[in-house]
Ligand binder design. Structure first.
Ligand code: GDP
Length: 444
């Protein structure tokens, strides 16, 4: 998970102060010493740490906090607010030009994830905002970058504009924008050339594209796992080009969080998106408050709800709820629900967004075996229609056949059938309880 190391340390520090009925200045001092160490260990820029500790300390020893009824919780509230401020406060939105197309230049060093992010961003613009982006392959130096973008375009079923690697990026950008106007695309995403290091030739070329394309956004794509290097890269791109936002990639593998916590303060550029995996839907808008909440173990219910809204069909959910109430839930329904939940993302990531999930021992190290879920799906798919509705008719012979047909084993088939039976029993009990409750309510 993102920021696991930092989250663990901050949470155990906060735990000590949370329930205290009385908090002294010395308690705050002691806590802030630990917070400081946790942040430094997470590779947060030392100036940023110093500023942060100063701000929190000043606010935390203020009268309204220490004299309040729940001083421990008030101190944590201050830490959360200041963490949020550190990451930029409000969510920063993506620009929309009133004279379409909106042009976005994607810049960054090789390997940061620029090309992948260009594809992910196009996907997000379409899925979340109903936009029709044109992808532009202007990274003519990295071998295979053009091909890679074209492949992404195919996967997304989106057009990619390319003129090969013999035409200058400036010319490509120019023709691409003209083409986007002609074809009524509302966004143009230009995947510019990356280099291994920041150098003059690269900056010169990017400046030329900027001048010509007059972009509404210039997004720097940086690899979160490179910590303070990412911050330095951001500072130098910002100085030379004037960035409008940063996309932090590979946060899924970043246990420390130093870049995420420092970039905003050091470069005064907002983080707009975060990359959380290699797949094309693993890009999220960055919400500082939600991230602060996740780091402090308070969960991120809002993101969870949004993911559910994006991936779960409301009408179907209502139908499903009714089926559960009337205990007419079949294995087919179960299969469908499984599919919807799976669309929301890896299960262990989802679980960690639940408030208090950090208190479940071992969750951080838990690897949900997605293979097992695939097996469950295969087993159900190997049943007949009748069997899915009335699994009690499945004989020993059929269990063997189902195991064979799904490439699993008889014990696995048995386990699933048993679990399903238990689940139905539990639903019946719950509906029973609800109805009893209703009757009681009516009597009164
Ligand atoms: P570019 O040279 O900057 O265009 O980099 P690429 O787009 O080719 O990405 C480099 C590698 O990073 C690829 O293997 C991507 O799949 C991977 N990558 C990109 N974004 C993420 C992310 O958010 N999480 C993870 N785990 N991998 C990523």
């Amino acid at each position: 998970m993102a920021f696991e190391g930092l989250a663990d340390r901050l949470q155990s520090t906060m735990q000590k102060i949370r329930g205290k009925g009385k908090v002294s200045e010395a308690d705050v001092k002691e806590m802030m010493r630990e917070v400081r160490l946790a942040l430094l260990e997470a590779d947060v820029n030392f100036k940023v740490v110093k500023e942060f500790v100063k701000k929190v300390s000043e606010r935390a020893v203020g009268q309204e906090v220490l004299k309040s009824l729940t001083p421990g919780q008030q101190v944590i509230k201050v830490v959360k607010e200041e963490l949020t401020n550190l990451m930029g406060g409000e969510e920063s939105k993506i620009a929309v030009s009133n004279r379409p197309p909106t042009v976005i230049m994607m810049v960054g060093l090789q390997g940061a994830g620029k090309t992948t992010t260009t594809g992910k961003l196009a996907n997000l613009l379409r899925k979340k905002y109903n936009r029709t982006p044109l992808l532009v392959a202007a990274d003519i130096y990295r071998p295979a970058a053009i091909k890679q973008l074209e492949t992404l375009g195919k996967q997304l079923d989106m057009p990619v504009f390319s003129l090969g690697d013999q035409v200058s990026p400036v010319e490509i950008a120019k023709q691409a924008i003209a083409k986007a106007k002609e074809d009524h695309h509302d966004y143009v995403l230009i995947d510019t050339a990356g280099r291994l290091h920041v150098d003059e030739a690269l900056m010169g070329e990017l400046k030329e594209i900027k001048e010509l394309a007059n972009p509404n956004e210039i997004f720097l794509v940086v690899d979160a796992m490179t910590g303070q290097d990412a911050v330095n890269v951001a500072a130098s791109f910002n100085e030379q080009l004037g960035l409008t936002g940063v996309v932090l990639t590979k946060l899924d593998g970043d246990t420390r969080g130093g870049a995420a916590l420092s970039i905003r303060s050091v470069t005064n550029t907002p983080i707009k998106f975060i990359g959380l995996g290699e797949k094309l839907d693993a890009l999220e808008s960055f919400h500082p408050e939600r991230m602060a909440s996740r780091i402090l173990g308070m969960g991120d219910v809002l993101t969870l709800i949004e993911k559910a809204q994006e991936n779960v069909d409301e009408e179907k959910a209502r139908e499903m709820e009714k089926k559960m109430r009337t205990a007419s839930f079949t294995l087919d329904d179960f299969l469908e629900q499984l599919g919807q939940v799976r669309n929301m993302g890896p299960l262990d990531e989802l679980l960690k967004m639940m408030p208090g999930a950090n208190k479940i021992k071992g969750l951080n190290n838990m690897q949900i075996d997605e293979k097992q879920i695939t097996h469950v799906e295969a087993i159900i798919q190997s049943m007949t229609k009748e069997e899915k509705i009335h699994p009690e008719i499945i004989t020993a012979g059929r269990r063997k056949r189902i195991a064979k047909g799904s490439g699993t084993s008889v014990p696995e088939v048995n386990r699933l059938l048993k679990q399903f039976e238990d689940m139905k029993k539990m639903m019946k009990q719950m509906t029973g309880m609800q109805q009893k409750g209703k009757k009681k309510g009516k009597k009164k």
